[in-house]
Design a protein around this ligand. Structure first.
Ligand code: RIB
Length: 307
């Protein structure tokens, strides 16, 4: 299908520079350890999802902000180079968002985000891009912008009947509006436990989350796969591909990007989740968040291997 005939995906979200230390283990409080190496590489859940969509060849706009620091230009350049349309990305005085990340063997990670410019993405800023948001086939959000901005984005989408896929990280309390309007809710295990205030098996967790008014959930469980369920419909596991993970930073973002693309292309949720699982499986075999997002040919190649 030609881009001109496809409704774009619009990401209203965060843009960070990731400060990544590779280490032999995740340190415990009070412990000092020696790391293996250090890199700065573009990240931010929103920007990662936008790059993930663009790499798959689907039209995507980013709504967000970067700082007027040295990272701001690099982040903007990287989005443009990936093919993300950045007309709605502004530069603002002060620092860009940054994320301090430690990646341990097996790809496990911990992340601390300092919002910087992301904090200045206000409801008024989103309003300046309302017609773009209204024109979207789907809007992708996360929780690294102010909560009031998320709520406002949901209101615009509700009025224009645009489905929203919400990646609820970093987990924080959500309003009734968000629970009742999200078309897809895609927490990882830590986030699921946060929202349910206890540990539940995915089957139970999905049921409880759907009872809150969500239309669909995709519970991301790393190497176990993704548990997909919709209100009043079938629920099932979509298993990942047997790859060797070296860095899982951005894998969840990759899943959301590919899931959204496949849904927008008219695939059913199982086919879409299988495609997204393949994309995320490719991404964990590479380092970096945006840097690890696969092209469509790379996803198709993995799918072909296991067909
Ligand atoms: O989901 C991974 C992302 O979380 C990182 O790129 C980091 O910037 C944080 O936003």
């Amino acid at each position: 299908m030609e881009s001109a005939h496809r409704k774009p995906i619009v990401v209203v979200g965060s843009i960070n520079m990731d400060l990544v230390t590779r280490a032999p283990q995740i340190p415990v409080p009070g412990q000092t350890i020696l790391g293996i190496d250090f890199t700065t590489t573009p990240g931010g859940k929103g920007a990662n999802q936008a790059v993930g969509v663009a790499r798959l060849g689907y039209p995507v706009y980013m709504v967000g902000m970067v700082g007027e620091d040295v990272f701001g230009q690099a982040l903007l350049d990287n989005l443009n180079a990936a093919g993300v349309i950045t007309d709605a990305v502004s530069r603002t005085p002060g620092p860009s968002g940054v994320a301090s990340i430690v990646v341990a063997p097996g790809g496990h990670n911990i992340i601390v985000v300092v919002s910087g410019a992301n904090h200045k993405v206000t409801p008024e800023y989103v309003d300046r891009h309302e017609s773009l948001i209204r024109s979207a086939g789907m809007v992708l959000c996360q929780l690294e912008l102010p909560m009031v901005t998320l709520s406002h984005t949901f209101s615009i989408c509700a009025k224009a009947n645009v489905p929203v896929m919400l990646d609820p990280g970093p987990a924080s309390p959500l309003s009734e509006k968000v629970w009742s309007q999200a078309a897809w809710f895609t927490p990882n295990e830590v986030e699921t436990d946060f929202f349910l205030e206890r540990k539940l098996e995915p089957e139970m967790a999905a049921r409880e989350l759907l009872d809150r008014g969500l239309k669909g959930v995709a519970l991301k469980r790393g190497s176990e796969g993704v548990y997909v369920a919709v209100a009043g419909g079938k629920a099932a596991w979509v298993r990942p591909f047997p790859v060797e993970a070296i860095d899982t930073v951005g894998a969840g973002d990759c899943f959301n990007a590919a899931f959204a693309v496949a849904l927008m292309e008219g695939h059913d949720r199982w086919t879409a989740a299988h495609f997204a699982s393949a994309a995320a499986s490719v991404s964990v075999t590479r380092r970096g968040a945006q840097a690890s997002m696969p092209t469509r040919a790379e996803v198709d190649e993995l799918l072909a291997q296991y067909r």
